[in-house]
Design a protein around this ligand. Structure first.
Ligand SMILES: CC(C)(COP(=O)(O)OP(=O)(O)OC[C@H]1O[C@@H](n2cnc3c(N)ncnc32)[C@H](O)[C@@H]1OP(=O)(O)O)[C@@H](O)C(=O)NCCC(=O)NCCS
Length: 173
């Protein structure tokens, strides 16, 4: 475990792109999620791509892409948080939580209202994410209900919102 340096949280910059790829690949131990981030970026599908840096070096990353919930005229726009990654050397020290917290605030500042995530409940409950299925919001993927969660960035954003979540094609594959 590395000793603490100065941590900063911010939106990605162009020069971060190769390092983000490395961090995401290292966190997941394979290239699939890093390739996914690159594909989203290429396709204009990154609503927010945020990094954590330590002494200026990128060590964490989180991506948000647009989704719609429900079908037809009554569908509701939102964001999907995926993937989140912290360099294995720096995991378990609160950096992922700080980055995700900052990024959710940034999404709210940008006017987004709703976020869905497929992830570890222990990590996401601290931000107020809750079981999506019990709110009528359904995952298109066959996953245990407790790992599919939703967060209102704005109170009341879930009102009248129900149905299956439609992800970007890069994430649906
Ligand atoms: C998930 C991840 C981004 C969290 O970043 P981090 O800096 O390690 O997280 P934090 O130190 O802020 O810890 C957040 C909490 O999440 C929990 N958590 C993290 N990874 C977890 C896992 N794989 N299973 C269960 N809980 C997990 C931690 O136990 C911690 O809870 P605690 O504070 O109650 O102990 C990071 O661990 C990572 O990159 N993991 C590998 C890739 C991955 O699984 N990404 C998530 C899927 S999108």
């Amino acid at each position: 475990m590395k000793t603490a340096g100065k941590i900063a949280l911010r939106a990605e910059r162009r020069r971060d792109v190769p390092v983000i790829h490395q961090v995401v690949q290292a966190a997941f131990g394979r290239a699939a999620e890093a390739d996914l981030v690159d594909a989203l970026r290429r396709g204009g599908g990154l609503a927010l791509s945020a990094v954590a840096t330590i002494d200026g070096r990128v060590i964490g990353h989180v991506a948000f892409s647009p989704v719609t919930i429900g079908a037809g005229n009554g569908s509701t726009p939102g964001l999907a948080l995926a993937p989140a990654a912290v360099d294995p050397e720096f995991q378990g020290r609160g950096i992922g939580s700080r980055l995700i917290g900052w990024a959710l605030d940034e999404c709210r500042r940008q006017g987004h209202r709703l976020v869905v995530v497929l992830g570890h409940p222990r990590l996401y409950h601290r931000f107020g994410f809750r079981d999506a299925e019990s709110c009528g919001i359904l995952s298109p993927f066959p996953v245990p209900p407790e790992v599919f969660m939703v967060l209102e960035l704005v109170q009341g954003a879930m009102r009248g919102c129900a149905g299956e979540v439609r992800y970007r094609p890069e994430l649906s594959r």
